[in-house]
Design a protein around this ligand. Sequence first.
Ligand code: C5P
Length: 247
Amino acid sequence: MTQPAHFQPHPDLGELRYEGKAKRVYATADPAVYIVEYKDDATAFNGVKKAQIGGKGAINNAITAAIYPQLEAAGIPTHFIEKLSEREQRVKAVEIVPVEVIVRNVAAGSFSKRLNIEEGTPLPRPVVEYCYKSDALGDPLINTDTAVSLGWATETELARIRELALQVRDFLTPFFLARGIKLIDFKLEFGKLADGSIVLADEISPDTCRFWDAETNEKMDKDRFRRDLGGVEDAYAEMLKRVTQGV
Ligand code: C5P
């Protein structure tokens, strides 16, 4: 059981389409609509480290549901339709492009390790990286030639994905800074609608972004779990407060 006993799935839930480490995706009676359910499960190092973070599913659902409409308003198409319940949201049905997109403002994590650049070193221009979405392989770093050659996306789709990823960065970086948070890096996933157009899918949350307090550089994201820093639940709750209570 990954849900508290009082959790009542939404009556529109159809067949389970996909289960990832942090979410489940269900079909609905409408083929153009899915329901996403956020879990409390946390994993790191490709599933080697596992735990439950109390309230995480509800917090990540609420943060994503607060941010996606603002991205839409800024001209970035997303899969988001509406928040349905504490843990569920209604989204447009997409076929996920199996290319994870990482955007970096500041060196950290695998970038720092790979290139021996101290964490916290600002990058003079944002860096966009691509990984193959594969749990079995641990989401390996790829380039766009690999994605095109292996048929994961076309060159046109990848150009659109890069453009949208940088637009997300241009929106989110000042959005978080106004809330006392430095956006260090983040991961996005994109999907294709039935008409072939690309939309932002997945989530934007402390699971998928690095957030550092602008005053203290305190980590306010999943690195608290990955690196055993403690205070994971408090950091996630604080991020929700800053996102929803605004400037
Ligand atoms: O580990 P790395 O430095 O490559 O992570 C970059 C960013 O992408 C971090 O914000 C991390 O939370 C996110 N990420 C993710 N899912 C992955 C890999 C990275 O959300 N599979």
